[in-house]
Unconditional design. Structure first.
Length: 181
């Protein structure tokens, strides 16, 4: 082979390696912004303690607050996992400790505890997420409604648009966390 061909091939190889490196770094940066895993120690610890898939906890946090500690909804839900103060009081009472909905660590602990609580009440992820968003009572009513559930256990239709979209969004993020991490 001629020296000029060898040099040209090395330049092409170098360029391809550089492009590949930029793609990998770009993808990693994109996913660290789009799918952050902040508060990893807390999420992992409480997910293990309460038996909740940590990727589900991350997906709920991503959907609820996009990892903003100070998030407050128009309905009054607060913190990373967007807990209503009344729900936070219920959870703190069940845990048996004085916990603050505004403290990120406590908010994560209570939110993951609540997911575990709902997992014991409902059979599937759709029902758990719908209850997290719309409340346990709403999901129980929907399960009794033949137009929403044919078996009283599984929701085939979520009548509330906001909750239907919420469940889809959490599941999308959940699948992304599962795939990319």
């Amino acid at each position: 082979m001629k020296l000029s061909v060898i040099i040209a091939n090395r330049k092409v190889l170098f360029f391809l390696c550089l492009v590949l490196l930029l793609l990998v770094v770009g993808a990693a940066l994109f996913y660290s912004v789009y799918l952050p895993k902040r508060y990893g120690a807390s999420v992992t610890m409480y997910a293990e303690e309460f038996g909740v898939d940590k990727d589900l906890a991350y997906a709920v946090i991503r959907t609820e607050s996009n990892f903003r500690e100070d998030a407050v909804s128009s309905a009054g839900a607060r913190g990373l996992m967007q807990l209503m103060p009344s729900t936070a009081q219920f959870i703190a009472g069940r845990i048996g400790e004085d916990l603050s909905v505004d403290d990120p660590e406590d908010n994560i602990r209570m939110g993951i505890w609540y997911l575990a609580y709902l997992q014991k009440k409902f059979s599937g992820q759709t029902e758990v997420l719908a209850a997290y968003n719309a409340g346990e009572g709403a999901v129980r009513r929907w399960l009794k409604d033949g137009s929403c559930s044919s078996d009283g256990v599984t929701l085939q239709d979520i009548p509330l648009s906001e909750t239907r979209q919420y469940v889809k969004r959490v599941k999308k993020f959940y699948n992304c966390y599962k795939f990319f991490y």
